[in-house]
Design a protein around this ligand. Structure first.
Ligand code: CTP
Length: 408
């Protein structure tokens, strides 16, 4: 395959050396097109040596072979890694003031982009808009991952690992979509809030990061996704909401989530309940703000009533061919490990898969990483994942694919 690798001016350029190596070792003809800025991070001799082809940044070199369009025309695949915020903006507007720009305009090959930048830049509305524009044009985004950034800060913005970019790039060319192509998927994320009065609620610590990662992974693998988000920050949702195959629906309470799931489940092939759903709601929500003045010094007693178990309801009313996945965030007890608790829950809930993870005061919630064990309906371990929430999400979808294959 004729592969063009565009490299732009970010420190992650050093990781792209490994990406080029993976492509060359896999037998592809690789042409690296760095920007001038990229050469400040990794020099031209490195790119030439690793790709085994001459490398230039300018449209004025090799003019006889009309290099400014010939690379794009010959390409079977174009990868841009790392893609800076500036490059994404240029791509979105079609600017072509260097060899990479002209190559991108001259190609009809699949374009795979691995963004890398600081979290603030990734979350800036301009970047979010540019990403949405590029996705709408069919550009495939890989990452960015959550993690440590060069300034000592951390958050989404880290370029994905070369192996992940390599896999996504080959998938983009191999088949039009991934292994979830054509699947309709519903994912719930975040934590519901149950009102006490107009200003207070009973909530939980779920950030929605795992659910958002599950939704994004499904979309990247070809599924059409409805993401039901209960109190998830815009920043956490940014990448999923920018994806052309993800529709975000915001919900508040368990009852609202239940209604939204019920509606979306009707034509869904797979449903993943990653949201932390309140088991109880306040029996009599006060129409006015509660005040201590009503009963000074006497404390406050709230009567709670049980909410419907959405997951159990889904299992009960599942239509044929529907795969249902639950999550179980557990803390170990004196008598039971997290896995034992998960096994009991798997049996009780009857879902096809249950993703069990340990939580505590300092683990699980809000973090960027996760450690999950996937149990089937009988409580057997069918998969594990330790790593980013995206890696956990991909392990979950791998298990879903296996369950569905056995169903046939
Ligand atoms: N869940 C649900 N509806 C509820 C409560 C939970 O659909 N009212 C789902 C969650 O989205 C999750 C799974 O059930 O996928 C397990 O949630 P969890 O709170 O761990 O389970 P519970 O049934 O509430 O059990 P526990 O007694 O341990 O709280």
């Amino acid at each position: 395959m004729f592969v063009v690798v565009g490299v732009t001016g970010g420190i992650a350029a050093y990781k792209t050396v490994h990406l080029v190596r993976l492509l060359v070792k896999d037998g592809h003809e690789v042409h690296v097109v760095p920007t001038e800025d990229a050469l400040r991070f990794v020099g031209l001799p490195t790119w030439e040596a690793i790709s085994r082809h001459p490398v230039t940044t300018s449209v004025h070199d090799d003019v006889a072979r009309v290099r400014h369009v010939s690379l794009g025309q010959s390409a079977d695949l174009v990868i841009v890694a790392p893609a800076t915020a500036n490059t994404l903006a240029k791509m979105a507007t079609g600017l072509a003031d260097d060899l990479l720009g002209t190559t991108l305009l001259a190609t009809t090959a699949p374009v795979v982009v691995a963004p890398a930048m600081h979290t603030e830049m990734w979350r800036h509305p301009a970047t979010v808009h540019n990403i949405a524009t590029l996705r709408a044009r069919g550009v495939i985004m890989v990452g960015p991952d959550d993690g440590a950034l060069t300034g000592g800060d951390s958050g989404p913005g880290r370029m994905s690992d070369p192996e992940a970019i390599f896999a996504a790039a080959l998938a983009a060319v191999g088949a039009a979509g991934g292994d979830l192509e054509g699947l309709r998927v519903v994912v719930s994320a975040g934590g519901t809030r149950e009102p006490i009065d107009p200003v207070r609620f009973i909530g939980n610590r779920s950030s929605g990061k795992q659910g958002a990662a599950v939704a994004l992974a499904a979309a990247d693998r070809g599924a059409d996704v409805v993401l039901l988000a209960a109190h998830v920050d815009d920043g956490v949702l940014a990448e999923a909401s920018a994806h052309q195959r993800v529709r975000v629906v915001r919900v508040g309470t368990a009852a609202e989530l239940s209604a939204a799931v019920g509606e979306a489940a009707q034509d869904a092939d797979a449903i993943v309940m990653a949201a932390a759903v309140a088991d109880y709601r306040v029996a009599d929500v006060s129409a006015v703000k509660l005040s201590k003045d009503a009963a000074p010094g006497r404390g406050l007693t709230l009567t709670l009533v049980e909410n419907d178990d959405i997951l159990a309801g889904l299992v009960e009313s599942r239509r044929e061919g529907q795969t249902i996945v639950g999550f179980a965030a557990e803390t170990p007890t004196e008598n039971e490990t997290v896995l034992e608790r998960g096994r009991r829950k798997a049996a009780r809930k009857g879902a096809d898969l249950l993703a069990v993870n340990q939580v505590g005061w300092t683990t699980g919630f809000e973090a960027d990483d996760n450690e999950i064990t996937l149990l089937d309906a009988r409580g057997e371990v069918v998969g594990t994942a330790v790593g980013t929430k995206r890696q956990a999400a991909d392990a979950l979808w791998d298990a879903v694919v296996e369950v569905r294959a056995k169903m046939r």
